[in-house]
Design a protein around this ligand. Sequence first.
Ligand code: GDP
Ligand code: MG
Length: 436
Amino acid sequence: LSSKIESAVQTLKGQSRITDVNIAETVREIRRALLDADVNLDVAREFTNNIKEKVMGSGVLTSVNPGQQFTKIVYDEMVQILGETRSDIAVANTPPTVILIAGLQGSGKTTFSGKLARYLKTENNRNPILAAADVYRPAAINQLKTLADDIGVPVYSIEQKDPVRVAREAVSMAKSLALDTVIIDTAGRMHVDEQMMNEVAEIKKAVNPHEILFVVDAMTGQDAVNTAKAFNETIDFDGVVLTKMDGDTRGGAALSIRSVVEKPIKFMSTGEKLDALSPFYPDRLAQRILGMGDVVSLVEKAQKEFDEQQAEKLQKKIKSDKFDLNDFYEQIQKIKKMGNVADLVGMIPGADKALQDADFDEDSFKPIEAIISSMTPEEREDPSLLNGSRRRRISKGSGTTVREINELMKQFDQMKKMMKTMSKMNKAGRAMQGLK
Ligand code: GDP
Ligand code: MG
């Protein structure tokens, strides 16, 4: 038994654990990182609360690699919220399929309309027509025509400033030309306003689109959520397109939008060129929002600080001869919490084979725990109080023999001496124990 305890305690030193305290700290840091990535405050709060619960209930504290596990929980949760990969666009039973593109001015609707036409043409073998329903600025119509020329797709536009008519006639045109898809590019405003909403709602009513996509500039950050909400309330869109993801935004807006409007993100736009469009991949965005490296280092930092504090504290006690049975008991609890002792021993570089093969199990600690539990706090602090009659009392209370108690006390003394010797070791030796 004695060598088992010695090696277990040695194993423990320098073992890294995460505690409730630094979980709370790390979660706070993660929340800050989310806010930096433009995630809405309520969404960030709910997200981190979920994380905290999951981390607490997951055994991360006792796992071999708490940092990695912690990070995995955060990442998995985010991927789950962001939703699955979806770039599917509804297909009408009777062509043409009508797709309505909506969003604020400058969000990237016209560019996306062109990209989507190209995507459907090249990836899905479709024959689209673009409808220029942004009728107010001649430049907007020309922009769409230029894009359409590049990809060899027709554009429908008229002189009159009547977006509903453009949309309706583009659908008729598609039918007569046997084109299977109509993409309607609409006019946006700088901010959500009633006129814009009415207009897009009217177009919706007139052509009854099979798919409505809401286009949002990922760089607009916090505002994106309110815009998405307003559009969703008016036109009940089917999916979200995130544009300008080639900028230096982390893309946290996506997480907020997804949480608030609960509509799938379908595409990501990553540049001004027509081929800069990709289906939405939640895992990639999660990595980007979290700045994966950042989170890992956050967790590792918290863990390291804690380890050093603990090791220093223990070291101080050993040096000043204050390592008592309370500390000993605490160490045993920690070892047990860490799970399989044999596995742990196996992880120590250089631990010899015999030690690795030794039969460690939780039961070996039971008599020791029972004995220490039956002691008074004073006895635990000062084992020299343990005279014969006290030992007999403890023996009765713990269901062990006095001999077992004597043996434990002898081992404890030996261990203390050994630890004190170790604590006097040179710097290299201390480094091996996980101390600075
Ligand atoms: P609309 O007003 O919603 O139609 O927006 P536009 O399609 O005209 O785009 C506004 C500006 O953003 C244009 O200068 C586009 O070239 C640019 N843009 C659109 N999408 C992207 C993108 O994914 N990345 C970058 N960097 N610029 C984009
Ligand atoms: Mg436009």
